[in-house]
Design a protein around this ligand. Structure first.
Ligand code: BES
Ligand code: MN
Ligand code: ZN
Length: 490
């Protein structure tokens, strides 16, 4: 999909579809009023009959039948003018993109009556909403994809800023799409080796260094917790290191860690059959980290960034780790495995230990870590826990700005009681209460005094129904959030 910015009068712009945002109850915006006049009052009639009144994310198509330059208009509701935000612009643009999925539409024009921030939001929403994953459809779908989007801006708007905003939004969308594609891949394709291959491909294309540790090297570094998780699968684990240096040479890197369980059956503590197919998305944290590195390099962010991905598959077989096993993590701490389905924290704890060796400015991990987080927050917010107020504040702010909202849960010491083991330093599962907190508390044992935040994306990585700029399926959550956060550091 290609974005272009044009300073054109939408009324006179010949195109298959013109997308027009409308505020609730406002049929008298200048462009809308002119179109209405040319079309014999049809827009006013829609508002009057309450068939379309500009309610947020409602749409209506009008064929112009030769009465105006655009062949059709797609009206999309922006909601009340007083309540308008960039997030609403993104949503409306995403809704429009999803509504336009039809075989005949390849080129679209979108009228954006404002400056850079508005254009940025519209372009991001459009690019995200137009996503489909059809790699495994042997027949081309009836829908097809939009090839070009022309953003029409009014005369007098600074063109250069608008063009920059559109170009940056396109790069950001590419990174989110890359992340979504990885998550959408089935478990038989997206193995640990596949993630490693994608990371290497990315490093060849962008200015990012990449190293992949195979089993012996993981062993040599003492990452026994990661190895334990992967032992029940024929697919060997990988430890992937991505390194982007956009900052000063001596500057400490921000280290991102992404859970890369390419399929989570639960292992010997097997999950119930219903919905187990969803567990192919248990590498969404890894996919997000890869997306952030891609975006950082593509947008040339001026900072140093490392991405760490512990990748493994959690299956039960004769070699699998079992409930009751005691393992020694890279840090030296011993862990009693009380549940092999609490595998994410095991893979992550060794990655966090490695992160500490990099003298990080901060560590941020992303993981589809707990079902409890889905129960607590559903799909509208990711869980946030950590040991540094400033870091958490910055992340929350980025969450509000991008619509990838975060909600903080407490990490009080007392929760640690639930994770005490009778025979080892800690156990990996603390039972049903406070599941998201105890998982984070487990991780906290491996970050020492480093500034650290943990983001649980179990509920936000996958969209069940499809809404505005999140078509049904993988959301790519975390990419826009962290890019926004990292941008704010400068
Ligand atoms: N990958 C799951 C968490 C998950 C559940 C993500 C549902 C998305 C949707 C994780 O590995 C897991 O199984 N967690 C257990 C932990 C428990 C055994 C302490 C859980 O949440 O039930
Ligand atoms: Mn699990
Ligand atoms: Zn898992």
């Amino acid at each position: 999909m290609k974005f272009q910015v044009r300073m054109e009068d939408p009324f006179a712009y010949a195109c298959p579809v013109l997308v027009l945002g409308c505020f609730e109850g406002k049929a008298d915006e200048p462009v809308l009023a002119r179109l209405d006049q040319a079309l014999g009052g049809v827009v006013a009639a829609l508002f009057r009959e309450k068939e379309f009144t500009g309610v947020l994310n409602r749409t209506r198509v009008i064929h112009t039948l030769g009465q105006a330059a655009p062949e059709r208009l797609l009206l999309v509701g922006l909601g009340k003018e007083k309540e308008f935000t960039p997030e609403r612009m993104r949503q409306a643009a995403g809704t429009a993109a999803q509504a336009l999925a039809s075989p005949s539409v390849r080129a679209v024009a979108v009228f954006v009556p404002g400056g850079e921030p508005l254009l940025r939001a519209a372009a991001a929403g459009f690019g995200l909403g137009a996503y489909t994953f059809d790699q495994y459809k042997t027949k081309a779908d009836e829908t097809g994809e939009i090839e070009t989007v022309d953003f029409l801006i009014p005369a007098g708007t600074p063109l250069e800023g608008a063009e920059r905003a559109a170009a940056e939004a396109m790069r950001l969308c590419e990174a989110v799409r890359f992340s979504r594609d990885l998550v959408s891949q089935p478990g038989n394709v997206a193995t640990p080796a596949f993630l490693a291959e994608k990371a290497l491909e990315m490093s060849a294309r962008f200015d990012i260094a990449c190293r992949v540790w195979e089993r012996d090297e993981i062993e040599r570094h003492g990452m026994e917790a990661l190895l334990a998780v992967g032992r029940g699968s024929r697919q060997q684990p990988r430890f992937i290191i991505l390194d982007y240096r956009g900052g000063e040479e001596k500057e400490k890197p921000v280290v991102l860690v992404g859970k890369g369980i390419t399929f989570d059956s639960g292992g010997i503590s097997l999950k119930p059959r219903e919905g187990m197919e969803k567990m192919k998305n248990d590498m969404a944290g890894a996919a997000a980290v890869m997306g952030v590195l891609m975006a950082a390099a593509s947008l040339a962010l001026p900072l140093n960034l490392v991405g760490l991905i512990p990748a493994a598959e959690n299956l039960p077989d004769g070699n699998a780790y079992r409930p009751g096993d005691v393992i020694r993590a890279m840090s030296g701490k011993t862990i009693e495995v009380t549940n092999t389905d609490a595998e994410g924290r095991l893979a992550l704890c060794d990655a966090l230990s490695h992160a500490l060796t990099l003298r990080p400015a901060a560590i941020i991990d992303l993981a589809t870590l707990t079902g409890a987080c889905v129960v607590a927050l559903g799909s509208l917010a990711s869980g946030l826990l950590g040991n540094d107020e400033g870091l958490k504040r910055g992340l929350k702010k980025a969450g509000e700005a991008t619509g990838e909202r975060l909600w903080e849960l407490p990490l009080w010491d007392e929760y640690g009681e639930l994770m005490k083991s009778d025979i080892a330093d800690l156990k990996n599962s603390g039972g049903p209460s406070a599941g998201t907190v105890t998982a984070a508390w487990f991780l906290k044992n491996f970050v020492g005094t480093a500034r650290w935040a943990h983001i649980d994306i179990a509920g936000t990585a996958w969209e069940e129904k499809g809404r505005h700029y999140l078509p049904k399926g993988a959301t790519g959550v975390g990419v826009r959030l962290l890019v926004e956060y990292l941008r704010g550091l400068r």
